[in-house]
Design a binder for this molecule. Structure first.
Ligand SMILES: Nc1ncnc2c1ncn2[C@@H]1O[C@H](COP(=O)(O)OP(=O)(O)OP(=O)(O)O)[C@@H](O)[C@H]1O
Ligand SMILES: [Mg+2]
Length: 338
């Protein structure tokens, strides 16, 4: 069996506007070979930038520092030509909106076989029959016929399947999926997640699954990293993050993604993340946190280990585990009256 690669992101920062707008700040993440890591956080927390950086797909205006290693390769140091070779063959991405990644005027069988041929010396005919095999593999019936369809002839869920087939076409070792099911209805969402999970296991791929929904990543990933305003605020084995979270932000997120009776009234954590700025001098979640004290607002808060492999960025992590959903609501009411 070939050796599998892992993906390491080390102290990654991404800034815009000559460093005045820091969108990602000192992020360190590890996706081991064959394992799935879930990256969660609210809109704007920096999940997409972090995951796109892993493929060298950042906007031109972004300035990235730190290190991204894929096996022996250092992604941030590769030329665009080298990157193209790495992309697909070693790491591939599934986006939220498949339409933006599929060529609307090319039949899907041809699109997929083009990807295969760009990575391997293989005849057109063999590449095409492999493309049909992949279309079948991702659960699309009548693969031979559907291979001749154009992207717009598929439903949203089926298009996402085509996109996954395309990502698999070059046998990547790491799959990055950025909100792969957000645009789909709940039933189709489940089917696509199940498919991704099955393919990851069968192909032995590592996966970075990005979502704003903790419940989604919890079912799919052995480890979870929670992002808030450009930083990792909690990370660890899924069971610890879910059952023994020690970070108020994660606890709030958990509450908002649960649908049981006691949580049904809370749809999100009150307040909004801070605007992007130059530096981090304090806990970024403090303005929305029921436990915040002056110490949280004045000194930098480190990401510290609270259990084996479980890290938390909170100086009140001891008390955090006893936080109730109502504490967030109370805080909301207090701020509303100020
Ligand atoms: N090209 C860009 N120029 C300037 N700022 C950007 C650019 N791309 C992203 N940002 C900013 O960086 C921050 C993080 O963006 P990112 O897309 O990574 O968030 P996200 O966590 O993926 O959010 P969502 O859940 O909405 O997809 C946001 O505040 C965004 O406005
Ligand atoms: Mg995003």
């Amino acid at each position: 069996m070939t050796e599998r690669l892992d993906l390491s992101i080390e102290n990654l920062s991404i800034a815009f506007d000559k460093g005045r707008k820091v969108a990602v700040s000192g992020v360190t993440l590890h996706v081991p070979a064959r394992e799935a890591l879930g990256l969660v956080g609210e809109s704007g927390s920096g999940k997409s930038l972090t995951s796109r950086a892993a493929l060298g797909l950042l906007p031109k205006t972004a300035k990235a520092t730190g290190r991204i290693r894929l096996g022996e390769q250092s992604i941030l140091e590769l030329s665009s030509r080298q990157l193209q070779r790495v992309r697909g063959a070693r790491i591939a991405m599934v986006f939220q909106d498949p339409m933006s990644a599929l060529n609307p005027v090319v039949r899907v069988g041809d699109s997929i076989s083009q990807v295969i041929r760009s990575h391997e010396p293989i005849s057109k005919r063999d590449a095409y029959s492999r493309a049909v095999g992949l279309i079948d593999r991702v659960g699309i019936r009548d693969a031979k016929v559907r291979a001749t369809s154009f992207p717009h002839e598929f439903s949203g869920g089926m298009r996402q399947r085509v996109m996954i087939a395309m990502a698999l076409a070059s046998k990547p070792q790491i799959l990055v999926a950025d909100e792969p099911t957000t645009a789909l209805d709940v039933i189709v969402q489940k089917e696509i997640l199940y498919l991704l999970d099955e393919l990851r296991r069968e192909e032995g791929m590592g996966m970075l699954l990005v979502s704003h929904d903790l419940a989604v990543v919890a079912t799919m990933c052995s480890h979870i990293a929670v992002m808030y305003a450009g930083q990792i605020v909690e990370e660890g084995p899924t069971k610890d993050v879910l059952a023994r979270s020690r970070m108020p932000y994660t606890i709030g997120l958990l509450a908002s993604s649960r649908r049981d009776k006691s949580y049904s009234r809370l749809t999100s954590i009150p307040g909004a993340p801070p605007p992007l700025s130059e530096s981090t001098t304090s806990c970024r979640f403090a303005p929305r946190c029921p436990l915040a004290t002056d110490a949280c607002r004045t000194a930098p808060v480190e990401l510290l280990e609270v259990g084996p492999g479980h890290k938390v960025r909170c100086i009140h992590s001891e008390e955090a585990s006893s936080l109730q959903n109502s504490d967030f609501r109370k805080l909301d009411q207090e701020t509303a009256h100020e």
